[in-house]
Design a protein around this ligand. Structure first.
Ligand SMILES: Nc1ncnc2c1ncn2[C@@H]1O[C@H](COP(=O)(O)OP(=O)(O)OP(=O)(O)O)[C@@H](O)[C@H]1O
Ligand SMILES: [Mg+2]
Length: 252
């Protein structure tokens, strides 16, 4: 495991916001984290502890002190090597069809050949179990379908890291379970690293190859390699112990 290459390294990250010219206190202070290639890292933590802030710093959407590096190169700007998927169902362009939504960033990347664009679109819609919906508009899709398209759109860019900020939080429980299962099989197939924020302990244990729990002050409080045999269910050996440890730490 430790032999695997580091895809993301965060060193001595400090982040504060400017509110009407007044700097806030440090939301993240001397934050350090390494993520290995193909890891599925889940991040839990109480509301307001800085999870979204951390993801936005990794994505290059925020200014910060310290260093975020991808495969050894320091990054301060957004780039297609790391793509964010949000909780909001409205992250697709409503005036574009599904295929145009998926193809738009690919075209920006310089992929122009129509057949290539169609092939990539079909391939990734297939991966998220939505074959044949190329011509639909976002308003014709359910919340779960929109999130699947957003995931397909992200994967199609072949990023090194997908940053997911509670992407399933607004879904009903059944759809959420189904998307979790799909994401597990997608992550096993793709050469991609996932960083996934959730409020849901079950979700973190089911998805994560590693789970970290942040405390209110933006520090890492608990870090656990998830060694529970897949597929993980609440009946799995080790599940209850891990759930209790995370739950108690969240409640503290
Ligand atoms: N643009 C901003 N300007 C000023 N303060 C901000 C800004 N964005 C976030 N904050 C503050 O930074 C802290 C961390 O916010 P953040 O959104 O990262 O938390 P979070 O862990 O993602 O919370 P939640 O679980 O509720 O999504 C909060 O105190 C919040 O008020
Ligand atoms: Mg958040």
């Amino acid at each position: 495991m430790s032999e695997r290459e580091t895809v993301l390294k965060i060193s001595h990250l400090n982040k504060r916001y400017q509110d009407e010219g007044n700097p806030s206190g440090n939301i993240l202070e001397d934050f350090n984290l390494e993520v290995k290639r193909n890891e599925f890292l889940c991040i839990l933590g109480p509301s307001g502890c800085g999870k979204t802030t951390l993801l936005r710093c990794i994505a290059g959407f925020e200014e910060f002190e310290g260093e975020v590096s991808i495969e050894g190169k320091a990054k301060t700007e957004p780039d297609t090597d790391r793509i964010m998927v949000f909780q909001d169902f409205n992250q697709l362009f409503p005036w574009k069809t599904v295929e145009k939504n998926i193809q738009y960033p690919l075209k920006q990347q310089g992929v122009q050949d129509k057949q290539t664009l169609q092939r990539i679109t079909a391939e990734y819609l297939e991966k998220v179990n939505l074959p044949g919906i190329e011509k639909k508009y976002p308003h014709q899709l359910s919340g779960g379908m929109k999130q699947r398209v957003a995931i397909a759109k992200a994967l199609a860019l072949k990023p090194k890291i997908i940053l997911m900020d509670e992407p399933f939080a607004a879904l009903d429980a059944m759809t959420r379970n189904r998307l979790q299962a799909e994401l597990i099989s997608i992550s096993a197939d793709e050469d991609c690293t996932f960083i996934f924020i959730t409020h849901n302990i079950q979700e973190a244990i089911v998805l994560g190859s590693r789970v970290i729990l942040m405390s209110k002050n933006g520090k890492i409080k608990i870090e656990e390699q998830n060694t529970i045999a897949r597929p993980v269910t609440p009946a799995s050996e080790g599940y209850a112990r891990m759930w209790t440890r995370l739950h108690d730490a969240l409640e503290e």
